[in-house]
Design a protein. Structure first.
Length: 344
C-alpha cells in the first residue's frame, strides 16, 4: 500500500471518496470550497492506494490560509465505510486509515510540525443514540488511536440565531475596548486559575500559564479572522476588572472566541453578562446571523450560560489528540499531553 499526498491530477479521484457519511460533515463540495480558499491543500490531503488502483482511503487536514503546516485533521474516509459495512470491513478501514495517518504524521514531523494535528470529528447532538453514527465514528476512533491520537475530549457545539434574540445584560458590568495586548495577556493568565476548560488547563500545565496566555492572545489576534477592535474588558461599578470577552470569527461564521471571569469575581453570574456582550458585538459589528461556540462537555457552568442566553446545542465535537508535548516520528518516546482550542 502506498501512502502519499495528492497531486492536482488526483483531486477528482480524491473527491470520489468524500461521500455522505453520518460521522463526517465534510463533503466533496465543502472540500472544494476550502481547497479554493487555501484551507485545504494537495500537500495536506493524503491517499492510500495500491499501484494502478483507485484510492482506498483519504485523510484531509485543514489549516488557515496563512498556515505553512496543517492545524487539524478534518476528515478521514475509506472505501469500506463502517456506517453500513460489516465488522471485518470496519477493521480493514481502521487499519488502512491508521497507516495513512502514521505516514502523514511522520512527514509533518520531518517538515517541522511540533505536535501531531488533532483530529476533529463533528457529530450530531444525539450521536450516541444513533447506531449508524456510532458505527461510522468507531472505525475512525480506532484508526486515530492506532496512529497515536489517544486522548479524547468531547465538546458541545452551540449555535445562536436571531430567533433567540440578543441576550440582555443585567447592567452590573460595563464594557470597553482595550488596545493594550498586555492587558489581555494578564487577563488570560489570571483566568487560567481554576478554569474548567480542559484545553486551557492542559496547555497551561504543559507550557506555563503566562506563556499560554501570550499564545492565546497571539492566536486570537493573528490566526482568527475577527477584528481586534471587538475585544472587550468587563468592569464592575467600582472600576475593578472582572473579566473579558473575545468576539471573533473563523473562515465561515462569527464565533464566541473566548470569555473569562477572574477568579475573585466568580460566583456572581458575570458570565451571563459577558456572553451577552460578546453576542451583542458580533451582531452589531460583525452582522452575525449565526454564531457558533464550543465548550467542553464537563464545563457545565459555561454550558448552562449558553442555554440561558438562547444558544442551542447543534452538534458535538470529538477531539482526538496525541498524549505528548513534542511531535516525534512514530516509534519514538512520548510524554506529556496536547489538547485543542476552539478554532472552528
Amino acid at each position: 500500500m502506498i501512502y502519499r499526498p495528492v497531486t492536482p491530477s488526483d483531486l477528482e479521484r480524491l473527491r470520489e471518496l468524500l461521500v455522505a457519511d453520518p460521522a463526517s460533515p465534510l463533503t466533496a463540495r465543502q472540500f472544494q470550497i476550502r481547497f479554493d480558499n487555501g484551507e485545504c491543500r494537495p500537500e495536506w490531503s493524503w491517499i492510500a492506494e495500491e499501484p494502478g488502483e483507485a484510492p482506498a482511503a483519504a485523510a484531509i487536514w485543514w489549516g488557515t490560509p496563512r498556515d505553512v503546516l496543517p492545524a487539524t485533521l478534518d476528515g478521514l474516509f475509506a472505501t469500506a465505510q463502517a456506517g453500513s459495512a460489516p465488522a471485518a470491513d470496519a477493521e480493514d478501514s481502521a487499519r488502512l486509515a491508521a497507516g495513512l495517518l502514521a505516514a502523514a504524521h511522520d512527514a509533518y514531523a520531518a517538515a517541522g510540525l511540533k505536535h501531531p494535528p488533532d483530529f476533529h470529528m463533528f457529530l450530531p447532538p444525539d450521536w450516541r443514540d444513533r447506531p449508524e453514527v456510532i458505527k461510522a465514528a468507531n472505525w475512525r476512533l480506532n484508526a486515530a488511536r492506532r496512529a497515536g491520537l489517544t486522548e479524547m475530549l468531547e465538546r458541545l457545539r452551540y449555535e445562536w440565531t436571531p430567533a433567540a434574540r440578543v441576550p440582555q445584560s443585567a447592567g452590573r458590568l460595563t464594557f470597553r475596548p482595550e488596545a493594550d495586548d498586555d492587558v489581555f495577556v494578564d487577563l488570560f493568565d489570571r483566568t487560567l486559575s481554576g478554569t474548567l476548560d480542559v484545553t486551557s488547563r492542559k496547555e497551561a500545565e504543559a507550557s506555563g500559564a503566562r506563556a499560554q496566555a501570550v499564545s492565546d492572545v497571539m492566536f486570537y489576534r493573528e490566526r482568527m479572522n475577527g477584528q481586534r477592535s471587538w475585544w472587550r474588558v468587563a468592569e464592575t461599578s467600582s472600576g475593578d476588572l472582572a473579566g473579558f470577552g473575545i468576539p471573533s470569527r473563523n473562515t465561515a461564521v462569527p464565533v464566541v472566541g473566548y470569555l473569562g471571569v477572574l477568579p475573585e469575581h466568580r460566583g456572581h453570574g458575570y458570565v451571563d453578562e459577558i456572553l451577552a456582550e460578546v453576542t451583542r458585538v458580533l451582531v452589531a459589528e460583525a452582522g452575525a446571523t449565526t454564531i457558533h461556540a464550543d465548550t467542553d462537555l464537563e464545563n457545565r457552568p459555561m454550558a448552562a450560560a449558553f442555554d440561558r442566553a438562547g444558544y442551542r446545542i447543534a452538534g458535538r465535537r470529538l477531539v482526538l489528540s496525541a498524549a505528548r508535548t513534542t511531535f516525534l516520528p512514530s516509534g519514538s518516546a512520548r510524554s506529556g499531553t496536547r489538547s485543542c482550542r476552539r478554532r472552528r
